[in-house]
Design a protein around this ligand. Structure first.
Ligand code: 2F8
Ligand code: CA
Length: 139
């Protein structure tokens, strides 16, 4: 019975992750690639057999709030570079960020922690966040 449960779980996880869902602590999450208003967003979730995320643990709050972007200063401290190698010019740091807080290993950039337009924060790269990938269209 145990083996059976594990293989069902594995094939479910496999199926979901192929469709862009991320598994984290007993739930699957899907980060939408398009913008929609609240009502339509909820509708999309419902159509996918889910619903808009309910924040019912601190863990969820901390993880759902932020998204990794392709910006890091892990090569040289304080030199922020995009993953394609370009130097940062226009930035959207929140208030006193980047501050290399705490253990001073905040070399990666997350957005969405702060609910303002200026919402970037440098955070430890080992932390787990959702992320957004981008593939540029080359014509
Ligand atoms: O107060 C801003 C500060 O908040 C947190 O540290 C307490 C963030 N840490 C993580 O996200 C791990 C800092 O990055 C942020 O600057
Ligand atoms: Ca920070």
């Amino acid at each position: 019975v145990y083996f059976f449960k594990v293989s069902i779980l594995l094939s479910l996880t496999d199926q979901y992750s192929q469709q862009g869902w991320v598994y984290f602590k007993h739930s699957f999450y899907y980060v939408s690639p398009v913008k929609k208003n609240w009502r339509d967003s909820r509708q999309e979730c419902l159509q996918r057999g889910a619903d808009l995320v309910i924040i019912n643990s601190r863990d969820e709050q901390v993880s759902v709030r932020a998204i990794w972007i392709g910006l890091t200063d892990s090569e040289t401290e304080d030199i922020w570079k995009w993953v394609d190698g370009t130097l940062l010019s226009t930035s959207y740091w929140f208030g006193s960020e980047p501050n290399n807080f705490g253990s001073r290993d905040e070399d990666c950039v997350e957005l969405g922690v702060y609910g303002t337009e200026m919402n970037w924060n440098d955070a430890p790269c080992r932390f787990k966040n959702f992320w957004i990938c981008e593939k540029m269209l080359v014509l």
